[in-house]
Design a binder for this molecule. Structure first.
Ligand SMILES: NC(=O)c1ccc[n+]([C@@H]2O[C@H](COP(=O)([O-])OP(=O)(O)OC[C@H]3O[C@@H](n4cnc5c(N)ncnc54)[C@H](OP(=O)(O)O)[C@@H]3O)[C@@H](O)[C@H]2O)c1
Length: 397
């Protein structure tokens, strides 16, 4: 859609919220204790949503919650602080992700907005608890697993939304990204060491994966009532710069950078806009920036000709977003983690048969053609596994 709202890079999260009333809506914001996640949580709660602040440090999360409550009570003494709830989530541990979802679904059987906001930058090679490169493992794989485990509750809450924070830095991902993913599939791993001079290659890869994940998740689930988009928030001075190379930090803090920087309020605006869009306004699978659809501005290698949501099976199968999905499933299951919430017995101890079975499936996997005879319906079912986060409402309660 065009910029009919008049919103742009100067718009703040408060302005992007318009006059939406989110009373009765449940949201999860990952990385809610600082920067953009904290502001997103504040604005969602201000508009009456229940916000689960999903953070890895209880202490930092409670501190952030206290600050938000103080702020909101200043303008509304009746603000109910129970609207903000802290829950532990460490995206660098698949076990923690699963425990978070189990805990969440014990308390809630509804999820209207999942904001995949958390992210970290690292210029050294570090790994997650499960042994994957830390930025790919946390920024992408942790959110991939989280979203899939929450899919059942997102479906039950339709229309629901998944909003994924990526970055313009995805443009620094290696050329021929589709081959990079094929290489990871072959080696059954993610990124290894950095290959570029800035030390930001693995961050860029993780952010390219965020965008591709949103595209493929939307293709699979839009017809079931879940809309998923990705967004670049702008460039905002937050804790995320703490691990940047020194020269890059100096540039960002210099007067030259000032005109290009956003405030935290402006930085959270596109996230909030992706929540305030009406269902018939938001473009599922698209990439947003400055409160508007910016899919056409993606680097060439990440653009597709036509509408990805209506690609033929063969087109989907060749796309990097589909390949990334297969890789991500493989990286999770080869560590013996499952997509079934009821199956939590000693995941790490389970036999490597899971891996062998998965490899066999990948080898024989074919895209399931949509057998619909309705010629106007051109959507594909390419390998959609519908059992993610499988748990009935009764089991959740
Ligand atoms: N700021 C920018 O200029 C910019 C530009 C483009 C994209 N982005 C994206 O915007 C998002 C928010 O970043 P920000 O600028 O607000 O940075 P931030 O202030 O550093 O916030 C990042 C949040 O992610 C959390 N986090 C990191 N690793 C985690 C893990 N393993 N498990 C759970 N939470 C984890 C952090 O928790 P701790 O406090 O415990 O570390 C923090 O709450 C990120 O996805 C980032 O890539 C930011």
């Amino acid at each position: 859609m065009g910029n009919s709202s008049g919103m742009n890079s100067n718009t703040t999260a408060e302005q992007a919220a318009l006059d939406i009333d989110l009373n009765g809506k449940i949201s999860i914001v990952t990385g809610a204790n600082s920067g953009l996640g904290k502001e997103t949580s504040r604005v969602l709660a201000k508009h009456n949503a229940t916000v689960i602040m999903a953070c890895r440090s209880l202490e930092r999360a409670n501190e952030a919650k206290k600050e938000i409550v103080t702020d909101l009570k200043a303008s509304n003494p009746n603000f109910d602080e129970n609207k903000l709830k802290v829950m532990i989530l460490d995206l660098s541990s698949l076990k923690s992700v699963k425990e978070f979802v189990i805990n969440f679904t014990k308390e809630y059987n509804q999820l209207d907005y999942l904001i995949a906001n958390a992210g970290l930058v690292s210029t050294t090679y570090e790994t997650t608890t499960d042994g994957y490169e830390i930025q790919f493992g946390s920024n992408h794989l942790g959110h991939f697993y989280l979203t899939l485990l929450l899919t059942n509750v997102l479906k039950q809450s339709k229309p629901s939304r998944v909003v994924v924070l990526t970055s313009e830095f995805l443009g620094q991902a290696p050329n021929g990204f589709v081959d990079v993913i094929k290489d990871y599939i072959e080696k059954s791993n993610g990124p290894a060491k950095q290959h570029n001079n800035t030390g930001m290659e693995n961050y860029s890869i993780s952010k390219a994966c965020n965008m591709l994940f949103a595209r493929e998740y939307n293709r699979r689930y839009q017809s079931q009532g879940i809309t998923c988009v990705s967004l670049h928030p702008g460039v905002i001075l937050t804790n995320s710069q703490k691990n940047l190379p020194t020269w890059m930090k100096a540039v960002l803090k210099s007067p030259i950078a000032r005109p290009f920087l956003k405030t935290v309020g402006q930085g959270a605006a596109t996230t909030i806009r992706c929540c305030s869009f009406k269902d018939n306004e938001i473009q599922g699978g698209h990439y947003y920036k400055d409160c508007n659809d910016a899919t056409a501005q993606l680097p060439r290698q990440f653009r597709v000709d036509g509408d990805y949501n209506t690609f033929t099976d063969q087109q989907v199968k060749n796309d990097q977003a589909y390949l990334l999905w297969q890789l991500s499933e493989k990286l999770i299951t080869q560590k013996s983690f499952t997509f079934n919430l009821n199956d939590n017995s000693n995941e790490e101890q389970k036999s490597n048969d899971v891996n062998a079975n998965y490899n066999a499936n990948i080898a024989t996997s074919t895209v399931t053609a949509n057998t619909s005879t309705n010629s106007t319906e051109n959507t594909t079912n390419a390998n959609t596994n519908d059992n993610y986060g499988n748990q009935t409402i009764e089991e959740q309660q």
